[in-house]
Design a protein around this ligand. Sequence first.
Ligand SMILES: *Cc1c(COP(=O)(O)O)cnc(C)c1O
Length: 367
Amino acid sequence: MEPGRVRIRRSVAALPPYRAGRPAPLGPDGRSFKLSSNENPYEPLPGVLEAVQASCAQMNRYPDASNAAISERLAEALSGSGVDVQPDDLVFGTGSVTVLATVLHAACEAGDEVVYAWRSFEAYPLAVQLAEATPVPVPLAADGSHDLAAMRAAVTERTRVVMLCTPNNPTGPAIPHDELVAFVDSLPADVLVLVDEAYVEFVDDPAATRGLEVWRSRPNVVVLRTFSKAYGLAGFRVGYAVAHDDVSAALRSCTLPFSVSVPAQAAVIASLDAHDALMERVAALRDERALLASGLRDLGFSVPQAQGNFVWLPAVERTQAYADAFAARGLMVRAYVAGDAQDGVRITVGEAEANRLALEVASGLEH
Ligand SMILES: *Cc1c(COP(=O)(O)O)cnc(C)c1O
């Protein structure tokens, strides 16, 4: 062994280095819009800033490690949608990406397989590898939707978890409810199905998956949700799993204590109190999404069904050129460059002005 070098776990040393996102470039008029991280463009919901500020007076105290108040309040809010959710069914973490990693840690032995669609959320392959599991990415269908038949065929006796992202980030389509249910029912009962509903509030397709309903009636389903997107709390890092007893107990066992901070817990309660204002904003963003998607389709782009707060612009070999064209006008979008036919650009639905500008830029793109 070389002297003076510490040893890093082999699977960790083999991971690609972390690359930080770039700040939004300035447009010609000195303005810029960050449309690259599916963030919410709005100011805090009414009452949230005040609740957070008040909570800061307790910064010398640890937060409630059991997340009792937010569990109680959220269970009540979720049950309002008609599916019975109890406080104990909820396991919180610092963003749902952390909860996702915990699910994989809890479920996978080294070498177990995790099946997921690709392209999808970029954290998936990383989280699978951190859990020492083997990623099994299954290509999306041509329209950017999950190819559930191909995913079913990819399941082997080594498969421990299947992750489904609905609506899919970055391409946009939601998995139809009936198809997802049939898929779950076709799997061995000991395969955990993780339904990632990070964008569920933005869904308006009545046929789309209703994750909580599937969870309620299927013991091997876990639903993941977040306060980062519709609720606009990305900076506070709060996400959660809705899980049955065996899974929630395992998640609690491998969650480090005190993960959700005092101000984050205050923000969650105040955000749930601001339900009506939240729904107004979600409706406004859906309207903006419809304008952006139909505008791009009118320009001749084949934009897939957009059910999140973003639209997907297929661009193949022009992906980087498109991203540069947006950047030149002060719009930071997300370019996905893998060098294949699925490459494209994801545009987050932002302020009305940003969306107009995005359409203007798109009207000048070659395709
Ligand atoms: C943004 C996102 C998440 C959640 O992120 P957190 O901020 O960690 O809660 C989870 N899944 C998908 C698909 C996402 O796009």
